[in-house]
Design a protein around this ligand. Structure first.
Ligand code: IPM
Ligand code: MG
Length: 393
């Protein structure tokens, strides 16, 4: 296979800290790749009015593989205020560059594994008799990544033709008297093709890795059309996988069950918004965002990222305190995507060892409040954690 080129897009805040750490691990593991830098994030919004510049899009189009860090998003008024004076008043509006990237390249399949590392002090525990038990969580969330409430089709004060069209629906009678400026509408759009693809990807993963069930997690009892379509497609796909059971749950109940009996769940599948929620929910059971990684997979382009945000308040600390494991694990997903499963397993094994040994722990693993004092309290720095992983490769 030709040497792949990876577009490294650190983005904002701690994204700039954790992406180089993941690259350091990939290098140390002996992965042969070229790396090119891709601009993305808040700085480019301020200076260029575009947080995902065309040059970065071109790089992704060319190389097809991305490693992304994190981005900062701020509310509308603040985004407008921070724009460079020359760009103000030109009708530019901020839209999350990672969401745009997912939509632009149709990275419609988001895979978020949430698996317990034995010995992680952040693992979920459950009271049992006089003591506690620590069920092993092994869930993989398949999140539809481009549609749903992320469609971007939304208005405050919908234009007259939109309002008129909405009013053809009998349920709109309840809003008849609401003034336009007091009415906000965000469209939850599902397409059958995308529902089908995410359900198919979930079942294929379950089959390949021996999971006994796929749980489709929506809310079709109330959101009948969109959630209904997802569940309908999941049922059709399930018929093609006789050995794997399909469970259908509602998002609200699922959020309760995942803390009661998380070990019962294997592959989860959901639309974009509920997938976002449920993947953070499961991540919380296996160490939180310091351990949560994602793959955004399209037909051609794939981008890998830690699930966490840019944590601006920790970005300026030197040495850095944040946990690089999520991004290192995102690197493992990238390796698997390019067929380097052995390398991915080696890195994961090294992470597993570091976590199990318990000698090197970032502040989150020690449940400390983040800040420069964490080192006195026994926490390892970001770089020390990476070094520990590399030492065990
Ligand atoms: C995620 C994040 C993003 C999302 C944000 C940063 C736009 O929460 O990747 O889960 O909502 O998809
Ligand atoms: Mg999220």
């Amino acid at each position: 296979m030709a040497k792949p080129t990876i577009v490294v897009m650190p983005g904002d805040g701690i994204g700039k800290i954790v992406t180089p750490e993941a690259v350091r691990v990939l290098d140390a593991a002996g992965f042969h790749a070229n790396y090119v830098h891709g601009d993305i994030g808040w700085d480019f919004w301020i200076r260029e009015g575009n947080p995902l510049p065309d040059r970065t899009i071109d790089l992704l189009r060319r190389h097809k593989l991305g490693l992304f860090g994190a981005i900062t998003s701020k509310p509308k008024a603040q985004a407008d205020a921070e724009l460079t004076p020359e760009l103000k008043g030109k009708g530019l509006s901020y839209f999350s560059p990672i969401v745009r990237m997912r939509q632009l390249f149709d990275l419609d399949i988001c895979v978020r594994p949430c698996q317990t590392f034995p010995g992680n002090p952040l693992n979920f525990i459950r009271r049992k008799g006089d003591g506690f038990e620590e069920p092993k969580v092994d869930a993989v969330i398949f999140r539809q990544n481009t549609e749903c409430l992320y469609s971007g089709v939304e208005w405050t004060d919908p234009p007259a033709p939109v309002r008129a069209a909405l009013e053809t629906h009998p349920k709109m009678a309840a809003y008849k008297k609401v003034a336009g400026k007091d009415l906000a509408v965000s469209c939850r759009i599902f397409t059958r093709t995308a529902c089908r693809r995410i359900a198919q990807a979930a079942f294929e993963h379950a089959k390949r890795f021996g999971y006994k069930s796929v749980t489709v997690c929506e809310k079709p009892n109330v959101i009948r059309e969109t959630s209904g379509m997802m569940e309908e497609e999941a049922r059709k796909v399930a018929a093609e996988f006789p050995g794997i059971r399909l469970w259908a749950t509602n998002i609200d109940a699922q959020m309760m069950w995942l803390t009661k009996n998380p070990e019962d769940y294997g592959v989860m599948v959901a639309g974009n918004m509920f997938g976002d929620i449920i993947s953070d929910g499961f991540a919380g059971l296996v160490g939180g965002l310091g351990f949560a990684c994602s793959a955004n997979l399209g037909r051609e382009v794939a981008v890998f990222e830690p699930t966490h945000g840019s944590a601006p308040k920790y970005a300026g600390l030197s040495p850095s305190i944040v946990n690089p494991i999520a991004t290192i694990l995102a690197g493992c997903m990238l390796l698997e995507h390019v067929g380097q499963t052995e390398l991915a397993e080696r890195i994961r094994g090294a992470v597993q060892q570091v976590v199990a040994e318990g000698k090197v722990r970032t502040y989150d693993m020690l449940r400390l409040a983040g800040g420069p004092k964490v080192f006195e309290q026994g926490a390892a720095s970001t770089q020390q954690m990476t070094d520990a992983v590399i030492a065990r490769l």
